[in-house]
Design a protein around this ligand. Sequence first.
Ligand SMILES: [Zn+2]
Length: 288
Amino acid sequence: MYDIVADCSDNVPTRYLVNDACVLGGKPLVSASALRMEGQLTVYNYEGGPCYRCLYPVPPPPETVTNCSDGGVLGVVPGIMGCFQALEVLKIASGQGSSCSQQLLMLDAQDVRFRSIRLRPRQAGCAACGENPTVTALQDYEAFCGSSATDKCRRLCLLSKEQRISVQEYKEILEGGAPHLLLDVRPLVEVDICHLPLSLSIPLASLEDRKTEHVQLLKERIVEAKQRLKSESCVPVYVICKMGNDSQRAVQILQQMAGLEVEPISAKDVSGGLMAWAQKIDPSFPQY
Ligand SMILES: [Zn+2]
């Protein structure tokens, strides 16, 4: 039996599972997480403070959750958060106590800034640690959350087969020299790590927000491709990201924009993204 539990998991079902086990077992839970350039640390179920369910009574819709496989994380960030997590475990174990109960430490590694915010207190109506708990045994957490308890990439399927091409097909298009536009929708920090030559970088978030300068840039590049095309057909736009999830969302947005905000285009996503490219086409392409 353990005295202190450290949650280092990367998915929502496991967080609920570990939380409920800690509440049922009466153990403090030192919880750390990291995504992209941000880290968080708190201690649940400790000295009258809230548990995970007090703060998150209902799981988020699965499609809104970004895990590290999709979102990426710089290895140093979980390293920093893991050190803080180990420190809190040692402080609790040695009787010094942790000041992280009902307190969330947030690291912004981009600006090298720590912030600490006060969390809501233990909730009397909490299903796990409240006055009349309904969680009296561990349950099926994958069913509860509607997502699988894995940090492996979820494969979204938003597009039909006709709206997607494989990395092999894209390689043939590149080699054939057919005029097209390759749009990379990853965050800029990831584009700086690696990208395919001649790709236009517009992060998904900018497309979603229809950022003026990015829409303008997209328009210009489509017009350029159209001139190279020397025919009346639509400019093919191939969208790529890391794993092939964000690229599908981007294709849906481009389809809404086509013919209205930009020239008519034929938008498709490159299935499996740059990691599929690295695995199947170019082994020298960086995998991160
Ligand atoms: Zn609770």
